[in-house]
Design a protein around this ligand. Sequence first.
Ligand code: GDP
Ligand code: GDP
Length: 437
Amino acid sequence: MSVGQPVVAVVGRPNVGKSTLVNRVLGRRAAVVEDVPGVTRDRIAYDAVWSGRRFTLVDTGGWEPDAAGLAAMVSEQAQAALDTADAVLFIVDVLTGATDADEAVARVLHRSGLPVILVANKVDDARSEADAAALWSLGLGEPHPVSALHGRGSGDLLDAVLAVLPEAPRERFGADTGGPRRVALIGRPNVGKSSLLNKIAGSRRSLVHDEAGTTRDPVDELVTVGGEEWMFIDTAGLRRRVREASGAEYYSSLRTATALEAAEVAIVLLDAGEPLTEQDQRVISMVVEAGRALVLAFNKWDLVDEDRRLTLEREIVRDLGRVAWAPRVNVSARTGRATDRLAPALRTSLESWGTRIPTGRLNTWLGEVVSATPPPARGGKVPKVLFATQAGVRPPRFVVFTTGFLEPGYRRFLERRLREDFGFTGSPISISVRVRE
Ligand code: GDP
Ligand code: GDP
């Protein structure tokens, strides 16, 4: 499978037309890229391209039903495909209609929370469109009527696939490799980053990686925090103090960007003794824009008296409202105060960052929210909110399908409600809107 391309799995019962559809999508460019060992048969991955976007199409194959029970096997196959997929094309034959096996697969897909495009295949003419509509009953959203054999509807289908497909494949981070989670300890100069690292790392520190040949060697360190090993990114950069006044900020923001690139979660260290600066805000923005999980740590708490604490609380409300979702920990690198709260905060943020809301639950929620508070009308028309799907994790990304433009204010309202009802403590989330004509 080509690394760096998102993966679309094609799932369905035998004879629903999976191979026909795969060939339709690939056209003459059909080329076997790799055989993937599957549950009952090898799965085959192909490189595909549509509207200039490349993705890997995985045909889950035509397995034979046996005594073990068709439904069980089909769902097993679907489950295996889900482990690698970023989105799923689920094919149902409208001539047969939804069978028990189809419903079993639908349940598995539903639970997975992956974006699912439901394909109503063998809609060879306009008359069978009504049969396609019957597949709404599978609870996977709108069925896309297609004739894989004749090509009818296949362009629209691929547009729908691209709409829910993440730009990049699921990233394989520490969580996927079973290795330590990756942390960037960042903040403007003098907030106490190297002091904090020294405090928490103590003597149990091991250098991990030292690439020779550059003057800015990236060195990551395994650090035990809260009884668990974490990979702290580019700790060499933390220790190499940039003394020169000119360019210092540039180098520190370069270091921050590079560390964030490699990290899953960032601890943004702030100086609790001083007002927040623009540079602090920039560091926080970098984390949000990079889509990384976030923990805010207020350092030098040993210098904070009652007066300062009250002022700081006001500053937090005034200046940090946009990251009110991030856990905050008040620490002192000097005394070691509360540094044991860092690990739980990191874990919480990482968990939110990887959260997937199953499509069914998401849509039940959306239905309730929208009927209680419908979107404002535009040009005399109230846009209909059709359904939503979670297009990705790390961070969680949602796509809402509508019949018309949603005001940015309404989008923010949805995000606020999503956070109220599902949490996402410590993770940025995004909601995008796709308009269906
Ligand atoms: P697979 O089991 O998913 O691989 O299914 P195939 O792609 O082999 O197709 C099974 C049968 O359905 C073949 O005879 C195809 O020609 C037929 N078929 C596939 N797509 C369509 C379609 O859109 N319309 C009609 N009428 N037949 C189709
Ligand atoms: P960095 O530039 O972010 O790595 O910051 P340093 O770790 O070099 O710390 C900058 C200055 O703040 C040093 O003089 C530290 O001794 C001091 N400092 C760091 N952490 C604390 C703390 O928790 N309390 C106090 N009072 N001073 C601290």
